[in-house]
Structure formats: structure tokens, C-alpha cells
Design a protein around this ligand. Sequence first.
Ligand code: 3PY
Ligand code: MG
Length: 263
Amino acid sequence: MKNLTLQSWRNARPSLGGWISLNNVHSAEAMANLGFDWLCIDLQHGLLDYSDLTRILPAIATTDTTPIVRVAWNRPEQIMKALDAGAQGVIVPMVNSAEDARSAAAACRYPPAGERSFGPIRAALSEGADYLASANTEIACIVMIETHDALERVEDIARVEGVDALFVGPADLALSLGISLSDAPNEPRFQAALGKVLSAARKNDRFAGIFGYSLESVRSALAAGFTFASIGTDIGFMTSAAANALSELRPGRPPESRERHGY
Ligand code: 3PY
Ligand code: MG
């Protein structure tokens, strides 16, 4: 197998991703056909379950977009099942210590590098005959830094063998630091936290990414040196386009809108 997104990171080419929150094969396939470098199928907060995942992964496989799964929690059985279904990487939420990171990395790697159990039911088909030989280097293990504790220990987390990338969850990170979501972009403590994650990643030869909560946040993260960022979610793109169309045609009557903080 070849993970085009990992390959581009390794060649110092930043990449843009999208977020799949809807349990709909057609919208996921449509997103993939837009040419995102990678798409994250979100089993943590998205409306999807494992059986949705097994239908969405083949739909994304009709394109060159790299399929990544955010598992619901840092559980080896969830990570292994996502990979067996053909995910080329996992995003693991709430990784708060080196021990958490070791557990996530071990679930991504076959022995002797890790503890992944063998049974790539769909992956052996979708990822090619060399799956066993290539999976350990081609599967991206991406751990989320999104709490005060994770930030304190980010150097230890970044040092863990088998971790490819650190990924900032800005909403949880802000909440955990006692910063409101709307203040975060202009709050120096929040910006310093992003800088700390970036420098821990760089120091340990890991890639740094972030869940973009606005196009501006994506631009500034990439300019600061982050390698990858998500630029929006399926539901967010749908609702903002619909809201814009409504306000164009109904001037003076703004559509109902809620603060989505990137979702
Ligand atoms: C966060 O912002 O906390 C996230 O996990 C983004 O999905
Ligand atoms: Mg989060």
C-alpha cells in the first residue's frame, strides 16, 4: 500500500483535509471527488457508526483521497477495526500522556513494532498484496493534543516511537485551558499552546496538524509551519452554502445560524 498523504508530508508538502460527520455514502463520495488530499471519517463526534464506515471507505476509494478515521476513543479494538476496514490512518482523540500515545501506536503496528492483531479483512483487498509488509510504515498514527495535560506532556508524547503526527483539537484544547471558543483565536495563551505543539513535533520529527475552525485559522496554521489542516466539515459546508443562498435571496431576513466552531 502507498499512503499518498504520508508521502506528501514526508516530502514536505502540506495537505488539506475535510471532515466527514454525516452518515451518508453519497455526500462522502462527493467530498472525495472534490480532490481533498485526505478525508477524516469521524467516529467520535460524527453521526456515523462502523457499518457506515464500511460503506464510506469503498466510496472514498474511488478517488486518490486518503481515508483517515477518527476513532471514538483511544481503544486498541477501535483502532484495529478501523484499519482492518481499510483506513490508511487513524486520528486518536484525547491522548494525554506518553502511555496513551504508546497504546495508540501499538494498536497501529504489527509485531514486532506493535501489538496490532492480524486480520485486514478489507484492507488486504483495498490496500494491495503487500499490505502486511507495508502497513507499519504506511499507516498514519495521528494523536490528538487537546487537553491541558496533553500540552504539559506534549514533548513526551511526541517522542513515542510509532507516532507520526500530533493533531490539535482546538475546541477541546481551548475548553481545557479555560478559554472560551470565541476568544481562542485572539488569546495569546491559546496561540502559545499551538506553538508548543508545533515545536514538540518538529523537535521529534513528527508532523503537526490542526482541525481548522475557520479558513483564517487554516491559513495561519500552515503559515506557522503546520503540515496539515482540515478545512471544514460536510455538514458545515452544506449549512454555510445554504445560509448564504438564503440570505442572497432574502435580504434583510438573516437565516437562523448557530456558532458551529468549525463543525
Ligand atoms: C476539537 O476541536 O476538540 C476537535 O476534536 C476537533 O474535531
Ligand atoms: Mg476534540
